[in-house]
Ligand binder design. Structure first.
Ligand code: ZN
Length: 149
């Protein structure tokens, strides 16, 4: 029997149960009513970040960035394009390291942009430096056992 997916809303951090086979791409958050997958990587606070990492049953990618970081800005459109391609199989979020310094320190971030892939609450992979949309998608898929194509 297929298991239902736990999908965390990037807007409010609410945990949503999605039955398998349902079109997750069009699903809305039961708590705040926003679309669970908007094709846009939300900038999350530490609380929503923790919910995403610990409660999501789908893989979660976080892009750690800062407003003063040139390569981060350069990569933003690529990250958005990768979000469009990988959702709803993978959750993509952003974390502003200036606003969330405690989370950034806990993750041991030394340079940005850094992307970390989490699955089942554990870090699966990490990479630093700007990438194109194609490189991001390939990097995520290379590290996942599940078929996201
Ligand atoms: Zn919500």
């Amino acid at each position: 029997m297929a298991q239902e997916n736990l999908v965390v809303c990037s807007t409010c951090g609410g945990v949503n149960r999605l039955p398998p086979g349902r079109n997750a791409g069009g699903a809305k958050c039961g708590k705040c009513g926003k679309r669970l997958f908007s094709g846009h990587p939300e900038d999350v606070n530490g609380r929503v970040f923790d919910h995403q990492i610990t409660r999501s049953s789908i893989p979660v990618v976080v892009d750690i960035w800062a407003p003063w970081c040139g390569p981060c800005k350069m990569m933003a459109p690529a990250y958005e394009a990768a979000t469009n391609e990988l959702e709803p199989d993978v959750r993509l979020i952003k974390l502003n390291s200036d606003n969330e310094q405690a989370v950034s320190a806990r993750l041991g971030i030394r340079s940005i942009p850094t992307m970390i892939l989490f699955h089942g609450g554990r870090e699966v992979a990490r990479t630093s430096g700007a990438m194109t949309a194609g490189q991001i998608v390939r990097w995520v898929r290379d590290h996942l056992p599940i078929a996201t194509a």
